[in-house]
Structures are given as structure tokens and as C-alpha cells.
Design a protein around this ligand. Structure first.
Ligand code: AVJ
Length: 331
């Protein structure tokens, strides 16, 4: 489905309700010996609100650290590109900074890809008001499935493809490699990929960021059970689970889990499925990988990407890296 307007075009590749494949993931994840539900299902309206609130917590540094890098180094990050492809775009905060650093009058173009059509249209509307030369070609889709739907460049100018916020850390290593490889295939010589990654640091700093004192992250984690209750007609007793977050030093990722505080039986009507939780049993809801510069370089290299710069915030907590297709040093 395609729709043309003056400066905004949006292609929709997700049907209503099939936005996220919750039913499949819950059936898969809750019938395994070690239960898990992938983190993409956190983000219903309430979950998105809670995530925004997490970003305001004093312990949750990644958003602030990344924003510091983007604001201070925007022109270095965009180089001479005139188009920005943003994967998992959400709110236009970061796009505004990056597009704003591109040369004015160069007919800038923004190509956001997001699962939420409403968020995408809202972002597009705000940005074309602010940047009169901007055109937007949005893609409503899932970047694990719809990268091939991203429109090609309009002219020979270089493009920036961005995956920010540390989102890459949510994917387990195999999926992460596949995703980076398909991103690499989007790049032509002269294009660049900018990737936001949280860095390995004192585990206490990381664990505090995922277990803030105000309990916002705990609410965000527990809200996943409300999502399953509502969408799949399940009867999780949210009060029978508690939030757990810990840094796995060997695998260099933080894990969030929901721990059953007592035995419970959950009925999931939409799946015709009964699930038992033993007291103390844990359900994994998120991994969020933290990187060292070496790890970053080798992960990118394995995907056919050549790391060119690592920009960090003054406290070295977060990195925004610039890489390009192997064998092309242009841009
Ligand atoms: C949006 C995926 C980058 O992993 O830090 C925040 C999500 N989870 N607090 C992250 C999250 C718990 C966040 N990402």
C-alpha cells in the first residue's frame, strides 16, 4: 500500500494486528524449558510511555550519553550525506539533529523505518515543518524482515543509515550478525552506517540502569505480562512476579527477567495453552549487549563493515560508531 502526498510518502508493509508476532513468540518462548519472550513486545502504548520514563531516570545513562554524542558530533557523523535512513526510528529527536547537520538546501531526505505507522507519520509531519527542503519516504515495517523495502537513493549523494539507541544490543549474537549483514547490503560505496552501542563498564553502573530506584524499569518489565494478558487473553497474575536485572560478565550483556515469587498456573486462551511456573522460576524478557571497541570492530567486520570512527561521550559510557562497506574509503 502506497500513498503520495507533497513531501511525505509512506509505504505500509505491516497489516493491522500483525505488527508484532506476539502469539508465535509467546507460544515458542513459554513452551521452552527456559522460558523467554523477546523484548520487542514491551512496546505497547503503556510500554512506550514507561520506556520514555526510563530515559528520564538518573540511573539510565544510555539515552543521555548518546544524545550528548549526537549533538556534539552531528556534522562529523553525517559527513556529506543528504539522505538519512533510520531503522527503528520512533520519535524524531535524533533524526532532527542529524538532518539538521546536513547542508541546507541540498534537498535532504529522511527514510524512517518503524513498526508504528502513527509514530512514523507524526515524526514526518514535525520534521517537514521544521526543515522546508526535506522530503520523507517512510516505511512501516520490521527491520528484521523489511530492509529490502527501503527505497534506493534519489541521486548520487551519499547516505547515512542509522541504528541508534543501543537497539542492536537486544538481538542475540546470531540474529545480530544477520542484521548487520543485511544493513551492510544496503550501503553503496560512499555511504556510511552509524550505530549506537552501549559500552562495557562497571557492572554496578549497568545494573543500576536496569533497576532504577523509582521502579520504572520494574514496571516496564512487568508490563509485558499485561501485554500478553490483553493481546492473548491470558491471566498472568502480575503481582506474582518480580523484576530481575543482572549483568552477565561472560556474555557481556545485561539480562532482564521476571521471577515467579510463588507457584502459578497461567491460562493463555488465544493459544489454548496452560503454562506452569515453579516458585522462583524465571522468564527472560530482554538481553541488552554491551560492547568493547574490539568486539564492535570484529562484529562489524564479520558483516562486511569497516569501522572508521568510534565517538564516545565524555564519560566513555556509550559509543556511536561510523563504518562503511569494506573496501570503500569514500565519504
Ligand atoms: C531501547 C533496547 C536500547 O536495552 O537499554 C531500557 C531498552 N530495557 N531499560 C536497552 C531498555 C530496559 C533499551 N533499548
Amino acid at each position: 500500500m502506497t500513498e503520495a502526498a507533497t513531501d511525505v510518502r509512506v509505504d505500509v508493509h505491516l497489516g493491522p494486528g500483525e505488527e508484532r508476532r506476539l502469539a508465535d513468540d509467546v507460544l515458542d518462548g513459554l513452551t521452552k524449558p527456559f522460558k523467554e519472550i523477546p523484548p520487542k513486545h514491551f512496546y505497547d502504548a503503556r510500554g512506550s510511555e514507561l520506556f520514555d520514563a526510563i530515559c528520564e531516570q538518573p540511573e539510565y545513562y544510555p539515552t543521555r550519553s548518546e544524545m550528548a554524542i549526537l549533538t556534539q558530533r552531528a556534522s562529523q557523523l553525517v559527513g556529506d550525506a543528504t539522505e538519512l535512513v533510520e531503522l527503528g526510528s520512533g520519535a524524531p529527536t535524533k533524526a532532527r539533529i542529524l538532518l539538521g547537520a546536513m547542508t541546507e538546501g541540498a534537498s535532504r531526505r529522511y527514510i524512517p523505518l518503524d513498526v508504528s505507522e502513527s509514530a512514523l507519520r507524526e515524526a514526518a509531519g514535525e520534521l517537514i515543518e521544521e526543515l522546508p527542503d526535506l522530503s520523507v519516504h517512510g516505511v512501516v515495517g520490521d527491520f528484521e524482515r523489511h530492509l529490502d523495502r527501503i527505497p534506493g537513493p534519489l541521486n548520487g549523494d551519499p547516505r547515512v543509515v542509522a541504528l541508534l539507541g543501543g537497539t542492536i544490543g537486544n538481538f542475540p549474537p546470531g540474529t545480530r550478525r544477520r542484521l548487520l549483514r543485511s544493513i551492510a547490503r544496503l550501503l553503496r560505496p560512499g555511504d556510511r552506517f552509524i550505530l549506537g552501542t552501549d559500552l562495557v563498564k562497571d557492572p554496578r553502573v549497568i545494573e543500576a540502569a536496569y533497576d532504577d530506584a523509582a521502579g520504572v524499569t520494574a514496571d516496564f518489565n512487568l508490563n509485558l505480562l499485561n501485554v500478553v494478558n490483553r493481546e492473548l487473553e491470558a491471566n498472568f497474575d502480575v503481582g506474582a512476579f518480580e523484576h530481575v536485572a543482572f549483568f552477565d560478565r561472560r556474555r557481556q550483556w545485561v539480562e532482564m527477567r521476571l521471577r515467579a515469587t510463588r507457584a502459578s498456573t497461567v491460562w493463555i486462551e488465544a493459544l489454548d495453552l496452560q503454562v506452569e511456573f515453579a516458585p522462583g522460576e524465571e522468564l527472560r524478557t530482554e538481553i541488552s549487549a554491551k560492547f568493547t571497541p574490539d568486539r564492535l570492530r570484529s562484529d562489524l567486520k564479520a558483516a562486511g563493515l569497516d569501522l572508521r570512527q568510534i565517538l564516545t561521550d565524555p564519560e566513555d559510557r556509550f559509543a556511536v560508531s561510523v563504518s562503511g562497506p569494506v573496501g570503500s574509503r569514500a565519504g
